[in-house]
Write a protein that binds this ligand. Structure first.
Ligand SMILES: Nc1nc2c(ncn2[C@@H]2O[C@H](COP(=O)(O)OP(=O)(O)OP(=O)(O)O)[C@@H](O)[C@H]2O)c(=O)[nH]1
Ligand SMILES: [Mg+2]
Length: 256
């Protein structure tokens, strides 16, 4: 059974620390993952204004235990700042969001992969809640920005994101609330077992394909902040590309 819920908070402890001594980290068993099992990954493209805050927040929340991977195409100081914070930096020519994030989710060896944007919009302080849901047995935990209203999001983007979620829900035959969020946790085998085809629409694809293949998905409300630094997404061109990805991916999955 696969289901999407987003109203309740997790039952178990959400401090993200292990209840057992088992650190081996294979999914599906009884062991609890800790932040030592987590890689936080992101595409970074000229995010010098935000990256210091994002990486400090991850360090603080995970007690320095989570690995950080940045797939970087910047021409500014972003990669230097990333290295100063101990992140692993993979250099890549800028080719769009999805090309970077696909490389980022496939880079880690750790069993849990968390994505975020490097623009200080996503609440790293909620990482323990994401880990708690993975430890409850979910395969994907998806941050739902729209649940709390997403007042910090430009109105046009907010409307677009509601429309994407409505379209995807109709085409999938099941309700999803935020298809284009950048903050999610995945069991590593989910990202490894599926072939990813989209670029600007990768975020939607990363939710839709697992959902339609029966993985256990949990949408979880998150706070969303105003972006630091310049957006890399053209709202109209990017929006059209995302809409096309949603339709293509849903139809491909229906026909599988
Ligand atoms: N390496 C790399 N990273 C990218 C590329 N395009 C976007 N990114 C990164 O991907 C993340 C998402 O891009 P954003 O500009 O935040 O896109 P968005 O979240 O749709 O738009 P905003 O609402 O303005 O934040 C950011 O961390 C970017 O730096 C790229 O071509 N290469
Ligand atoms: Mg962003």
């Amino acid at each position: 059974m696969s289901h999407v819920e987003d109203e309740t908070t997790p039952e178990p402890s959400i401090d993200g620390h292990s209840e057992t001594d088992d650190q081996s980290g294979t999914a599906g068993g009884d062991e609890k993952f800790t932040f030592e099992d987590v890689s936080v990954v992101m595409g970074t493209y000229n995010e010098a204004e935000a990256i210091g805050t994002v990486l400090s927040d991850i360090e603080e929340v995970t007690d320095g235990k989570a690995e950080v991977v940045c797939v970087d195409g910047s021409s500014d100081r972003t990669p230097e700042i990333a290295r100063e914070h101990g992140a692993r930096v993979i250099e890549q020519e800028p080719q769009g969001y999805g090309v970077a994030v696909k490389a980022a989710v496939l880079a880690p060896d750790r069993p849990i992969v968390v994505t975020t944007d490097c623009d200080d919009t996503y609440p790293m302080e909620q990482l323990p809640e994401f880990l708690a849901f993975i430890n409850e047995g979910y395969d994907v935990v998806s941050g739902d920005r729209l649940y709390h209203g997403a007042d910090a999001m430009p109105a046009f983007n907010r409307l677009g994101n509601h429309l994407f979620a409505a379209t995807a829900s109709v085409l999938m035959g099941t309700r999803v609330h935020d298809t284009t969020t950048g903050m999610r946790a995945y069991r590593r085998e989910v990202v490894e077992e599926i072939e990813w085809t989209e670029n600007t629409g990768l975020s939607a694809e990363l939710l839709i394909r697992p959902k339609m293949r029966g993985y256990e998905i949990r949408e979880h409300p998150i706070e969303y902040r105003e972006r630091a630094g310049q957006s890399k997404l053209d709202p109209i061109e990017g929006g059209l590309a995302i809409g096309k990805s949603i339709v293509t991916v849903c139809l491909e999955e229906q026909l599988r």
